[in-house]
Design a protein around this ligand. Sequence first.
Ligand code: ABN
Length: 178
Amino acid sequence: MLTKLEKMLQLLDNRAEKQARKSAETHGRRSFLSKVGGLMVASAMVPVLPFDRSMGRAEAAEVADETSCDYWRYCSLDGTLCNDSGGTTTSCPPGSEASKVSWVGTCLNPDDGKDYLVSYNDCCGKAALVGSTYCFTSEGEKPGYRMGLHNDINWCMANDNKGYYCTVALLVGIADEE
Ligand code: ABN
């Protein structure tokens, strides 16, 4: 038989236990771990969610392949690309140097519809490059007897090292609109 005091103590005990369980459910280690787990899953999902990279532009520009002769900057090129021999579209491979004179062409950039002046500098001073992509577009070129308008030229002619290696394509300006 329980005394009145014992009954009250038991009641208090039960209440305290209930409160403790409730608190453990909301603030306990398991609840904390499940929240952290949820966050980790959510953040792992973020990079794979699709999002609009065009920033509102009507059409997303295609990724340009700068190792292909079709790349718009190569519209007036007569030479070997430097991209697959340690250089880039705009920098000569190590051990070679840009020609002091160059051929300048005008190419239409399909991304913004503007005409750009592109300087095709030969990279000079290394033994001839074999097996790399050779491009012959030479838009705007005139036959050899039109001096200065012919592009089948070794532009390393003004450098100390006259050995032709490859050609880079530098943007040097926007062509005047008429
Ligand atoms: N500009 C490229 C090149 C180099 C040597 C000969 C012809 C063309």
